[in-house]
Design a protein around this ligand. Structure first.
Ligand SMILES: C[S@@+](CC[C@H](N)C(=O)[O-])C[C@H]1O[C@@H](n2cnc3c(N)ncnc32)[C@H](O)[C@@H]1O
Length: 209
């Protein structure tokens, strides 16, 4: 089982390593707000997940790398809705909401904001890591479950989703709950995922509605 890492609380040696990381450098060069942008690019290329004109809801979107990638693909005709519990700096052509999904009524607020159904739900939400592997895994499964609860309310029939989850003993149960909702489900680690990370992206297509 890979060790969980918290990219926000790492020592200097790790920060030096990150500066040498090809995706971190590429993100700096190209203006993506996160190296995570490359993970979504790789996922989209492999699974044809987002199309021009789509409406995409991005949960846990700060600082905004995934939303930037989604906007590039959906283009002028499409819509990207980015939400996070921390404030996201303005991004051209992207609607932003500051909202903690744990708060009462959060799903209803999102539904109202979306103003109808969306084609794709993305969730790169991560808990603040404690270093206790099983606790962090449980928190991550909880967040991914919340993303599914949002999908239940706003995703159109036949729609798609990507949810991040840290691997652990509840991973298979989580996959089962995704399978109940979608006709195609696959766990995937894009190349840009760092090798020490326990994260897995669950790709889901064909929302049963
Ligand atoms: C790994 S970051 C997302 C990076 C983003 N995909 C990007 O490319 O810039 C995970 C995000 O999940 C958010 N998050 C965690 N729990 C949340 C919650 N309950 N409600 C909303 N956002 C949450 C965090 O604030 C954090 O910004």
């Amino acid at each position: 089982m890979p060790k969980l890492i918290d990219e926000t609380a790492m020592p200097r040696a790790w920060l030096r390593k990150r500066k040498r990381d090809e995706y971190y450098r590429a993100a700096k060069r190209t203006g993506y707000r996160s190296r995570a942008a490359y993970k979504l690019r790789q996922i989209v290329e492999k699974f044809n997940l987002i199309r021009e004109g789509d409406t995409v809801l991005d949960l846990g979107a700060a600082p905004g790398g995934w939303s930037q990638v989604a906007k590039e693909i959906v283009g002028e005709a499409g819509t990207v809705l980015a939400v996070d519990r921390v404030r996201i700096r303005d991004m051209e052509g992207i609607s932003i909401m500051t909202l903690d999904l744990e708060t009462d009524g959060a799903v209803e607020r999102l539904k109202e904001w979306a103003g109808g159904t969306v084609d794709v739900v993305l969730s790169d939400m991560s808990p603040k890591l404690s270093g206790n592997r099983s606790m962090d895994h449980a928190l991550s499964v909880h967040l991914s479950g919340m993303a599914l609860a949002v999908a239940d309310q706003v995703l159109r029939k036949g729609g798609k989703a990507v949810t991040k989850v840290f691997q652990g003993d509840m991973y298979n149960d989580y996959l089962d709950s995704v399978r109940k909702r979608f006709s195609f489900v696959k766990g995937h680690r894009p190349k840009a995922t760092i090798s020490e990370s326990a994260e897995m992206y669950v790709i889901a297509k064909g929302f049963r509605g």
